[in-house]
Write a protein that binds this ligand. Structure first.
Ligand code: SF4
Length: 364
């Protein structure tokens, strides 16, 4: 069902995460004026989507957003999910203006060309604070057969051609942009040729980064995915089910590792980053060294598997990044004073402590 733009009351409009989305979009806050999504992606597990593709407008979204944002410490806020309703309502546009007025760093992840209508405000945010526009795209216009297959899983969304146009428009305005190639659909959108074509198109559209992520299909949000797969690719159903066998997660982890290795190699070939560099300057000056060292450990965690490290190391790097991110003093100063209050009880291994020390030393 489309075009149901009734209103709903919500208590809060900004969702605040306990920890940032380190190594990915660096998001601390997320907000949007719409509840639900009309695009009907078969792999969607957005809890706000409900059971159909109807969209509801959050009552008083813009005023609530203004009030709530003013109360928050500056950190990256993700906006997006441009719905067709936005063309008339312009609620996201009003929220972007508030982000600009308050100098918050902005991340947008988007499939809809409507975001280009707001390029003037995004450019302003990019110049005065920081903005990264991640275009959600998993196939290239140069690979029409794969695009057509993948489009069956995203029936209401823009074509790959239109999504790369978003990227080139942002890039022409010198706004940081790149590809969020998520989710990669197994055996349909995961060949080396497909991934390379998306990376090549990203480079040609002026994107700076390419981020790859696997398909997550948690129950009970998986039914539409399995139906779409069965209806359109019946021969692949058992293969994909085997890959997602919860009794053999090693198989999927190894599959994902191979994809990450491939993606890193191809990003090197085309001169793209495999991640978005963390924006640091909006943090208080004394905390910037912590944030920068935390960035290092977030990325160590994110790429642990493709670098052949264990899940234990992946978790340890992430825990250390969270710890550093939440310190309220400059760790480099305390290192000089040989005073590691917060780290003493954190259970760091000797190796990790040495790695941390190395990161501190290069920032002294
Ligand atoms: S665009 Fe697709 S994945 Fe994103 S919220 Fe809408 S239906 Fe879900």
């Amino acid at each position: 069902m489309k075009g149901k733009y009734s209103e709903i009351k919500v208590d809060k409009i900004i969702k605040k995460f306990r920890n940032i989305d380190g190594g990915w979009s660096w998001t601390k806050y997320i907000a949007g004026p719409y509840l639900g999504c009309s695009f009907g992606c078969a792999y969607c597990y957005n809890l706000e989507n409900g059971e159909d593709d109807s969209v509801t407008i959050k009552h008083g979204a813009v005023d609530k957003f203004r009030r709530e944002l003013k109360e928050l410490p500056k950190d990256v806020i993700t906006l997006g999910d441009y719905q067709p309703a936005e063309a008339g309502e312009r609620l996201l546009r009003a929220m972007l203006k508030i982000v600009a007025e308050n100098n918050f760093p902005l991340h947008i992840i988007e499939k809809s060309p409507l975001v280009v209508d707001d390029i003037d405000i995004i450019k302003q945010i990019s110049q005065n604070s920081w903005a990264a526009i991640s275009v959600s795209v998993t196939s290239s216009p140069d690979d029409p057969d794969t695009s057509a297959g993948l489009n069956l899983f995203e029936p209401g969304t823009a074509t790959a051609t239109d999504r790369f146009k978003i990227m080139s428009e942002m890039s022409k305005q010198k706004i940081l942009t790149g590809a969020y190639c998520v989710p990669v659909i197994p055996f349909i959108g995961d060949s080396a040729n497909t991934i390379e074509a998306v990376i090549k198109s990203t480079k040609e559209a002026g994107g700076k980064y390419f981020i790859l992520g696997g398909l997550v299909i948690p129950e009970p949000f998986d039914q539409l995915f399995w139906k779409t797969l069965k209806d359109n690719f019946p021969k692949l159903e058992s293969k994909v089910k085997e890959l997602y066998d919860i009794n053999n997660s090693a198989k999927y982890l190894s599959y994902l590792k191979n994809l990450e290795v491939l993606s890193t190699k191809l990003c090197d070939k085309y001169g793209l980053w495999t991640h978005i560099p963390r924006p640091i300057n909006h943090y208080p000056k004394k905390l910037r060294p912590n944030k920068s060292i935390a960035e290092y450990f977030y990325l160590k965690s994110r790429f642990a598997r493709s670098n052949g490290l264990s899940i234990k190391m992946e978790d340890a790097y992430l825990a250390l990044a969270f710890l550093l991110d939440n310190l309220d003093y400059n760790i480099c100063h305390d290192y000089q004073k040989q005073d590691f209050k917060a780290l003493e009880d954190s259970g760091l291994t000797v190796e990790l402590a040495k790695e941390l020390e190395g990161q501190i030393r290069v920032r002294l």
